[in-house]
Design a protein around this ligand. Sequence first.
Ligand code: NAD
Ligand code: TYD
Length: 355
Amino acid sequence: MNILITGGAGFIGSAVIRHIITQTTDNVLNVDKLTYAGNLESLVSVSGSSRYQFSQTDICDKEALTHLFQTFRPDIIMHLAAESHVDRSIASSADFIQTNIIGTYMLLEVARQYYDNLDERQKATFRFHHISTDEVYGDLHGTTDLFTETTAYTPSSPYSASKASSDHLVRAWGRTYGLPVVITNCSNNYGYYHFPEKLIPLIILNALNGKPLPIYGDGLQIRDWLFVEDHARALYLVATQADNGKTYNIGGHNERRNIDVVHEICELLEELAPNKPNGVKHYKDLITHVKDRAGHDVRYAIDASKIERELGWRPQETFKSGIRKTVEWYLANQEWVKNVQSGEYRHWINKQYKS
Ligand code: NAD
Ligand code: TYD
């Protein structure tokens, strides 16, 4: 099968490509603009494969996309390209509107034209798989309620509103034009090759460098953490097995308060990196409460029973096992870390945490 993946140089897209190249016989075309978040170094273990190709292309460029569809002839589209960081969307939303909404629209239009010219056999298996987030559902205020596939959309941030918009476009292209679409909405991912602007890699790297560990507000907000490789397996399963028109929520059954996540990382570092930077007695002493995020969602938690029941997917990692692997990976991959901490990264971090 030929699988066209957008955003394959990002955190989750690169995990999906590593999974496909190592675990299947499918061909991959990675279509990625290489924004600050895209990093081809995350693909070095598979980029030598004859089944892997890369094109540096913006998904808003309809002509370039049309050419790629004509030459690669995809059977499946897995659409992950997006601006993905909530804090950046609050600081400046333009790129989120452009890539997440306009980019998805362009991709849908190109896919529709391409699909219309397929023969009946190819049409039967073609899928446009849109990868989305649980943040489209807004947040939960109880302690036991869960997001299901029928929860109403009430996004809070420019990021989640742009993702919600793209989900609506995808469903409309399915219903109106008959494009075979599937959508997945996943909870927070963590794991290898995660860009260090997001909570978990930021905390690991700041701690190792003796820098403050910023907790927004009281740190009591809850996220439902999923190991990225479990997500990659789920995505491949949905893209290749799910019926036309289906939606699946994907989650790890690992709800944690932010403050507890940070303490867990500090404890692991005490064990795995006991030689602390100068002047640091305990990693947890670096914890610093900072100004809360505007519109901060209180709690996310996923009911993943539909994908478990219908496709037999289950996460393999618990938070305890996954976070240990993640901390070990960052300790063993300082070179990757050094390379992503480029000028643009430093500029963002300096601006975001200036006080
Ligand atoms: P990421 O920010 O790490 O990677 C995004 C990738 O998209 C980068 O490689 C970037 O270069 C590329 N990209 C951005 N704009 C582009 C454009 N205009 N054209 C082509 N490529 C472009 O994001 P991620 O964390 O890997 O998330 C991937 C997808 O999964 C996103 O759609 C996101 O909304 C969704 N998602 C993420 C999470 C999470 O916890 N990270 C959870 C649920 C869903
Ligand atoms: P993040 O990793 O940005 O993911 P998302 O906003 O998509 O859930 O943040 C996870 C949680 O951690 C969120 O509640 C915000 C909080 N957070 C901090 O407390 N400090 C930080 O420096 C960052 C980046 C996030």
